[in-house]
Design a protein. Structure first.
Length: 73
């Protein structure tokens, strides 16, 4: 019995921007941009598939069963 595991990687990024303006007369403006990237990998025991893909797989299985029944006759 083998279990098929499908790893899923999710990448999220968050960007914050700060602007600091010095007092009038100095003409200095500082902009700081910080980007945080978070990468998460999870493994699911059951492969995820869309409902349409599941329906196609089901039809293929039914077709195989139908063929094997015909061969047995």
């Amino acid at each position: 019995m083998s279990s098929h595991q499908t790893p899923t990687t999710t990448i999220a990024s968050e960007q914050t921007k700060e602007t600091t303006v010095s007092p009038t007369g100095t003409g200095t403006t500082t902009t700081t941009t910080t980007t945080t990237v978070i990468e998460t990998t999870t493994t699911s025991a059951e492969p995820t598939q869309s409902a349409a893909a599941a329906a196609v797989t089901e039809k293929k299985d039914e077709a195989k069963e139908g063929t094997s029944k015909e061969e047995k006759k």
